[in-house]
Design a protein around this ligand. Structure first.
Ligand code: PGA
Ligand code: ZN
Length: 418
């Protein structure tokens, strides 16, 4: 039984305020036993236009980014509606909160307020049942530790260098355990650092902990990453694959199908962009390209999926925004073959689970993901294992808010005795 729900304003990894919620439950039949689940929501920089809306105060404090209105909504709207409810019924809890918000995009209460409570509720249940959260979410079928899609080089909106692709990731596909894979990645990250230093390039990091050097372009970045893999003693392709997150919604112009790489100031249309991705995926050991086209270029997505869908994974992040309505449209029109899962794009644990299930049932892979603005909260690590997503995006082996997730996964792996 839920006995208390409380919100507070805390800080994210960019120094912006974000929402933390606590849900306190009283275990039935065990008088006096109370458990408090606590969760913090993340925040994006390259947010899709179809995402659920974060409520920000828009007043002077924190440059308008304060979340005291969202906190007030938790304390004054959500708490009274949930008091006395059975926390174990996550679906009902999430629907009660969703019904309180009459908007289409959770903009009244704020998706930040809603998700914080939704996640804290699941955590409180896991605590009350004395099981880890991944088990609470996935039951006995929770068994797969995800392959890290580790971001080691940042560009786009996540860094102030001259690279337009937002993320370059490495996947230790040849490793036979999570901890081995994590070690391999950290070794490549270190070898990349040495290469950059030897070239006199910056080893300052971007928002997700990847290096953010100035380079001549995407191909040079890929060449350096392949070199870093080899210098660390691994084989590109067999041991490591590479993934990109283009975040091409950041390259859109006011005309769908026309693009502008903002830093390079290079114009392209959909066909030219698809050609560029085809060349890159022929030349490098590419596993996936996320948001290679923008969130409204559905026709382009059909084309690229037909062209490259048999060779690589095309991941819809801003395209799908973890929303089953948009995913359905993608499935129907054969757009993409993978979905990025970010709980705060949709706003509740229940809706996140629904998106993962729909994708997995249809043969799309679901990739659990952090945001560029994060915290020490590790919910996504448990969700990745609980839902057997097989893949997780949670940044570089650098910056505490990123390593918190990796360290949680190491503990889960140990607990599972793998
Ligand atoms: P964001 O970036 O959190 O800034 O949206 C992450 C991503 O695009 O995958
Ligand atoms: Zn993305």
């Amino acid at each position: 039984k839920i006995v208390n729900v409380k919100g507070r304003e805390v800080m994210d990894s960019r120094g912006n305020p974000t929402v933390e919620a606590e849900v306190t439950v009283k275990a039935l039949g065990m008088p006096g036993e109370i458990y408090t689940g606590c969760a913090i929501v993340p925040s994006g920089a390259s947010t899709g236009i179809f995402e659920a809306v974060e409520l920000r105060d828009g007043e002077k404090r924190y440059g308008g980014k304060g979340v005291l209105k969202a906190v007030k909504n938790i304390n004054e709207e959500i708490y009274p509606a949930l008091e006395g409810e059975n926390a174990l019924n996550q679906n009902k809890i999430d629907h009660i909160i969703m019904n309180l918000d009459k908007s289409e995009n959770k903009g009244e209460l704020g998706a930040n307020a809603i998700l914080a409570v939704s996640m804290a509720n699941a955590k409180a249940c896991a605590l009350a049942l004395n099981i880890p959260e991944y088990k609470y979410v996935g039951g006995i079928s929770a068994k797969t530790l995800p392959v890290p899609m580790m971001n080691i080089l940042n560009g786009g909106a996540h860094a102030s260098n001259n690279i337009d692709v937002q993320e370059f990731m490495i996947l230790p596909v040849g490793a036979d355990s999570f901890r081995e894979g994590l070690r391999w990645c950290a070794e490549v990250y270190d070898s990349l650092k040495k290469i950059l230093k030897s070239k006199g390039l910056s080893v300052a990091v971007g928002d997700e902990g990847g290096f953010a050097p100035d380079l001549s372009g995407e191909e040079e970045a890929l060449d350096i990453i392949v070199k870093a893999i080899e210098n660390a003693g691994y084989k590109a392709n067999e041991d490591f694959k590479i993934s990109l997150d283009v975040a091409a919604s950041e390259w859109k112009t006011n005309q769908v199908g026309e693009y502008l790489m903002p830093k390079k100031n290079k114009q392209m249309n959909t066909d030219e962009l698809i050609e560029m991705w085809e060349e890159i995926s022929d030349k490098y050991p590419i596993f996936s390209i996320e948001d290679p086209l923008d969130e409204e270029d559905w026709k382009g997505w059909e084309k690229i999926t037909e062209k490259l869908g048999d060779k690589i994974r095309l991941v819809g992040d801003d395209l799908f925004v973890t929303n089953v309505k948009r995913l359905k449209r993608g499935l129907k029109n054969k757009c993409a073959n993978a979905i990025l899962i970010k709980p705060n794009q949709i706003g509740t644990v229940t809706e996140t689970l629904n998106a993962v299930k729909m994708a997995q049932n249809m043969g799309y892979i679901a990739i659990m993901s952090h945001r560029s603005g994060e915290s020490e909260d590790t919910t996504i690590a448990d969700l990745a294992v609980g839902l057997n997503t097989g893949y997780i995006k949670t940044g570089a082996p650098c910056r505490g808010e990123r390593t918190a997730k990796y360290n949680r996964l190491l503990r889960i792996e140990e607990q599972m005795g793998i």
